[in-house]
Design a protein around this ligand. Structure first.
Ligand code: ZN
Ligand code: FE
Length: 252
């Protein structure tokens, strides 16, 4: 049976590792130690490494890990150690898991950021977080908005494996950005309980994110009212609302 486990790294990163008791696929190994420890403890062989973007907290463990398997990563970014540069609409096949992942281009957080999708599973790096989204380091608001809409169009039951435990901080902003959202209030209660119990709030799902994440709901009446109060003017359209939300979050 295939399972996907979070390996906590640094302050709030998750390195997601899929395994079936024999083989493993690891996503964004920013640090090698948690990965090599888990692989040794469970006697696994690495079948593939998936990289979403070039930031150190996602690729920093590659050199020490020195994986003896394909390392997939964004063709539009320059990352040492990638053996298979990919971009949409490339497919990544992992025969050990009889698995094919679709590569999605999701620029915005970085210029070449990619995500990996197979029915039921999305590895989205720093593009989509629960109740939030990545910062705009290299792309435009329009690019990131498009990228998020690409992800939001995936099936509702897709599990979303985000790479940071930012959920509670994102939910605090979401309360300000969309005061009236009972589904979000329930998700906040659940995440608060999970964090008290020392559990991750992730994975999330596309259905949940469409219900609670203000960055996927810039047209909601409550978001529009909050933005009008915050900026002094009602947003002209969904992209303007998204752009204003992203800027507001940076100073929240
Ligand atoms: Zn990043
Ligand atoms: Fe990151």
């Amino acid at each position: 049976m295939r399972q996907i486990v979070p390996l906590p790294a640094f302050k709030d990163n998750y390195i997601w590792l899929m395994h079936d008791g024999r083989h493993a696929v690891v996503v964004d190994p920013g640090d090698a130690a948690p990965v090599s420890d888990f692989i040794a403890q469970h006697d696994l062989t690495l079948a593939a490494v998936l990289i979403t973007h070039h930031h150190a907290d996602h690729v920093g463990g590659l050199a020490a890990l020195a994986p003896d398997c394909p390392v997939y990563g964004p063709a539009r970014e320059d990352i040492a150690g990638i053996t298979h540069p990919v971009q949409a609409p490339d497919l990544v096949s992992i025969p050990e898991f009889a698995l094919t992942l679709q590569v999605l281009d999701v620029p915005g957080h970085t210029r070449g950021h990619i995500a990996y999708y197979t029915p039921g599973v999305l590895f989205c790096g720093d593009t989509l977080f629960s109740a939030g989204c990545g910062r705009l380091f290299e792309g435009t608001p329009a690019q990131l908005f498009d990228s998020l809409n690409t992800l939001a169009a995936l099936p509702d039951d897709t599990q979303v494996y985000c790479t940071h435990e930012y959920t509670l901080a994102n939910l605090a902003f979401a309360q300000a950005a969309e005061p009236d959202n009972p589904a979000r209030d329930r998700w906040l209660d659940e995440c608060t309980a999970r964090r008290h119990a020392g559990e991750p709030t992730l994975p999330s799902s596309i259905a949940r994110e469409k219900a609670v994440n203000p960055f996927l709901r810039p047209d909601s009446p409550s978001v529009r009212e909050a933005l009008a109060r915050h900026t002094g003017q009602a947003p002209a359209d969904a992209l303007a609302a998204f752009t204003a939300l992203r800027a507001w979050k940076n100073t929240f």
